[in-house]
Design a binder for this molecule. Structure first.
Ligand code: HEM
Length: 441
């Protein structure tokens, strides 16, 4: 036990992970922390620790006895995954600690395993939605890589798999993107927060209620929501509230993360034609390239944890109840773990990156994310090989703490031909007016 009050030894730094666009560069800020103070204390947001090196990030993520993801019972409406805690409806299993966590996590491992993604319809649907979205822009010779491709593609894949009708897809994928693309106090981000809150509360519960109804009538729906509704966890049948909490997490975890990663890769390939040529000539390199892009451009900069029991970390004493920001991105950029960390090495192997987290909460959607990422970026290289980003119309996310990456990226290319023909083309025809357009009208 520490004989000194932990407060006395706290290495306090001037740091705020809510990087304002045009202000401090997250890579520079985390680089300084890794060098000078890998377990640092910031007085911002009520005070929190920041953990930045690969080894220490790994230590925290693997120590779920000392570091919790659960909510504070005194503020059950706030998620502790953010610093400061944010109002957000409960997400299961991420906000559970073991042992409650495990049976729910097993369900996700089952439906998102590599085998399920590879052998099942998911990988085919990913390819289909990539082709379909490229078709929508290919004849025009210009598009927004985020709003026309990366964001709606992953939205279609995840929301179709869950079982939402297509009229919901674009609305929700764009809202999740606007929420990080624009400054939190902007009108557009505020509208997106509202849209997400309404969707997560109303549409999710309507669709989940329908799954339970169909299950009761003996006509269960064959989609991920239907599957979750039919399960028994720890001897108890699933309830609508539990399924809703899992569905909310699958949407929030899956949608804009994958969009961010693939857009960053496309921007990188604009700046590095030599990498573009290499990937076109040697497609086998995709096996390692996807993970290297995610390591170099990790979508998630950090997650919050709460100290459960006093613990020593990197020479500091962390006390129960204290908040900790664990930076996946900083671990990915750690020169001590990755030689040439600031470069993209398409054939980097092994590549034990942390973009998908580590430990018990490591991303169960990573296999699906890798498929969609690869299909999308390789689809663009295949069908728009000469695309060029208009750098005067490429903007970074304003809310980098929410998600790293690009708010909007305009690109031009030599027009090409559509690929998909036949009735399936109509699947996505009932897309509503975009949220952004509806709001601007
Ligand atoms: C490139 C894309 C993605 C990235 C970078 C990413 C990143 C992450 C990270 C860092 C975590 C760990 C969170 C923590 O430790 O608190 C996580 C968890 C999670 N992700 Fe992903 N994710 C991606 C795609 C997806 C997809 C496509 C899905 C599902 C459709 C998904 C579903 C989840 C879920 C359900 C969790 C919580 C797991 C748990 O608590 O056990 N993610 N993700």
């Amino acid at each position: 036990m520490s004989t000194q009050p932990a407060q006395a030894a706290r290495p306090t730094v001037d740091f705020d992970h809510h990087f304002v666009a045009g202000g401090v560069d997250p890579e520079v800020a985390y680089g300084e922390l890794r060098k000078k103070c890998p377990v640092a204390w910031s007085e911002n947001h009520g005070g929190y620790w920041i953990v930045s090196t690969y080894d220490l990030v790994s230590e925290v993520f693997h120590d779920h006895q000392s570091f919790s993801t659960a909510r504070n019972p005194k503020t059950p409406e706030l998620t502790n995954l953010a610093i400061p805690p944010q109002p957000f409806q409960l997400q299961i299993p991420e906000e559970l600690d073991p042992p409650d966590f495990l049976p729910f996590r097993r369900l996700l491992n089952g439906i998102l395993s590599l085998q399920k993604v590879r052998a099942g319809a998911l990988s085919e649907r990913a390819r289909y939605w990539v082709d379909w979205h490229i078709d929508q822009v290919i004849e025009k010779g210009e598009c927004d890589l985020v709003y026309d491709l990366a964001s709606p593609v992953i939205g279609a894949v995840v929301l179709e798999w869950l079982g939402f009708p297509s009229s919901d897809w674009l609305r929700i994928s764009e809202s999740f993107h606007d929420a990080v693309g624009y400054a939190p106090d902007s009108e557009r981000a505020q509208r997106a927060f509202q849209e997400i809150a309404t969707f997560q509360a109303r549409r999710v519960s309507e669709e989940v209620a329908l799954r339970f109804e169909l299950l009761e009538n003996g006509t269960p729906k064959d989609d991920a929501m239907g599957y979750l509704a039919s399960q028994v966890v720890a001897g108890e049948p699933m309830t609508p509230e539990l399924v809703e909490a899992m569905v909310r997490l699958l949407i929030a975890g899956g949608v804009d993360t994958t969009a961010s990663g693939s857009t960053s890769a496309l921007v990188h390939l604009h700046h590095h034609p030599e990498h573009r040529a290499t990937l076109i000539e040697t497609p086998d390199l995709w096996d390692t390239a996807v993970d290297e892009f995610l390591r170099r451009y990790p979508p998630v900069l950090g997650h919050g944890r709460t100290v459960k029991q006093e613990v020593e970390l990197g020479g500091q004493t962390l006390c129960p109840g204290e908040r900790v920001l664990v930076s996946e991105a900083s671990a990915c950029w750690d020169e001590g773990e990755f030689e040439g960390a600031d470069e993209v090495r398409l054939d980097r192997f092994p590549n034990r990156h942390v973009a998908f987290g580590l430990g018990i909460h490591r991303c169960p959607g990573m296999h699906l994310a890798r498929y969609v990422f690869r299909d999308l970026v390789s689809g663009v290289l295949d069908r728009m090989p000469d695309y060029a980003v208009d750098e005067s119309r490429a903007f970074r996310n304003a809310n980098q703490a929410g998600m790293a990456g690009w708010a909007s990226v305009h690109a031009t290319f030599t027009p090409g031909q559509r690929k998909i023909s036949g009735p399936d083309e109509l699947t996505y025809a009932d897309i509503p007016t975009r949220v952004s357009e509806a709001g601007d009208a």
